[in-house]
Design a binder for this molecule. Structure first.
Ligand code: AKG
Ligand code: FE2
Length: 191
């Protein structure tokens, strides 16, 4: 497990480097610097038993991930679905030897990246397994959209700066609402 975790961290850092490049973040080691504390990362291993009436059950409810990045391994059964802009669910087809990468709520960068709403449905005949690895920043790292991704008129700042410790506290203490990032919304400037 520890080895798997180390490999996930390495992969996550490569993805962060790519994202930093795509987002035009020039500060060297931007993500490395904010992800030194590894204790905050965690796994969720989900086993979905077969179900004769799959339409009656949605095993992992509708949600978006709250951390920074999710690296998800799903087996070949399939069941992960994402909510598209047209409000239709689309299945994420399992591809052998690959991971599904989800952007977490605190990486939304003022809407430049999207933390997708998703759910997992069960299969009639087959059991399904998934392993989600959630990466979060160091507890006291400040989460704040880089100024160059903000425009005062076309894209004004959506959230006040906050720390991961503050968001994590709210995630643990705020009542959840299906499909809504309630904890994150507490930092919304319009609230
Ligand atoms: O099992 C899956 O495919 C999804 C798991 C998931 O969304 C989660 O653990 O947050
Ligand atoms: Fe998830």
């Amino acid at each position: 497990m520890i080895e798997y975790m180390k490999e996930m961290d390495k992969l996550g850092m490569v993805i962060f480097e790519i994202l930093a490049h795509v987002l035009g973040i020039e500060e060297e080691h931007f993500f490395n610097k904010n992800f030194e504390e590894k204790e905050a990362a965690y796994f969720r291993i989900s086993r979905y038993p077969p179900c004769p009436l799959p339409e009656k059950i949605v095993e992992i409810g509708i949600h978006s991930d709250s951390q920074t990045l999710t690296i998800l391994h799903q087996d070949q059964v399939g069941g992960l679905q994402v909510l598209k802009d047209d409000k239709q669910w689309a299945g994420v087809r399992p591809i052998p030897n690959s991971f599904v990468i989800n952007i977490g709520g605190n990486l939304e960068t003022n809407g430049r990246l999207k933390s997708v709403i998703h759910r997992a449905v069960v299969n009639k005949e087959k059991q399904r397994l998934s392993i989600a690895y959630f990466m979060s920043p160091t507890s006291n790292a400040t989460i704040e959209c880089p100024p160059h991704l903000i425009h005062p008129i076309s894209n004004p700042r959506k959230y006040v700066p906050f720390t991961w410790a503050e968001l994590r506290h709210l995630l643990l203490t705020t009542r959840r609402v299906r499909g809504e990032a309630v904890a994150l919304s507490k930092f919304c400037i319009s609230n």
